[in-house]
Design a protein around this ligand. Sequence first.
Ligand code: PLP
Length: 375
Amino acid sequence: MKTVYLDNAATTQLRPEVVAEMAKVLRDDYGNPSSTHSIGRHAKSVIELSRKSIAANLGCSAQEIIFTSGATEANNWIIKSAISDFKVERIITSKIEHHAVLETVEHLGQEYSIDVQFVNVKPSGEIDLTHLVNLLSENTPTLVSLMHVNNEVGTVLDLEKVGNLCKQYGAYFHSDTVQSIGKTEFNFKELPVDFAVASAHKFHGPKGVGFAYIRKGLLVNPMFFGGEQEKGIRPGTESVHNISGMAKALELSYSNLESERSQITGLKKYAIELLENNFGPIKVNGSAKDGFYNILNVCLPMDEQKTIMILFHLDMKGIAVSRGSACQSGSAKPSHVLAEMLSDEDIRKPSLRISFSHYNSAADIDALVEALKTV
Ligand code: PLP
């Protein structure tokens, strides 16, 4: 059975060049980067060249990139550091963040008795910036943590606008940029963002590796202890092959960005048209017009009873899509993101997250729509 993979917001297929790069490093660069002999120094240089390449692609300096096991770790670390190193007394976030932020804020907020405030979310999935300004105008040391591109509905936050507001009110600004790094241009030198995070497996790189971007001058303490790696703030022997695979994946994402973005934008448009031709007007959760180009979340005009069955049915036909974030796909619980945005009636209807990559074609969308017709 041919499989159709339309769940690229959950994870992505590795590029063959990334696999080749990682295999080369695993085979040839096996030294411990902390060893002083040439084999170790060679592995260390693979890491530092990767860091430089990532920084060059994102318009920041290499020292602002700290490698981690992924974005969950990086989000936890930054939020913890804002509380214990930067002494924030309040965190402003939203209820549509990924659980890697939401649960961290909840836990740490309780542990450190930090005031947690949620900025309002509009029915379109956008953050209510007027409410954000109201909250910010209270004079309290604050971290604002708001994601760039929502992983379930693809709504986009204006990083520049929010970053400037944070600056104006003296708040630190952290953004979970997992869904956008590698998929849109960044120039951190110009962007008023203090902390950002990335995860390689979202841009056709390996799993288990990512990084924190920490603006120069912000001195964070380690989350754990036991080594001098990553300037001593993220100790542990580096995953050299993963780091070099991530750098390769990011380099290829940016060198192919224009053509791949235009191909994926066309696929999303085609998917909306085909769904409408077959099912009548469909409701796009979030905003069809302004939503990020590789994520489409649709509320299908189908019977409520079909909600639970639909993913199972598609899976039987070899089609991988999801109802929301991968960690909750198997659950019958409605998504916490859609719960913030939709009416009680719409939340019971089947919604699907279809997320694309350059590996998809129009034939994949044809197959999805054909399968949906038989649900
Ligand atoms: N933040 C967002 C927006 C995500 O989509 C994900 C991935 O599911 C994460 C954080 C977690 O990233 P990682 O898999 O690297 O821990």
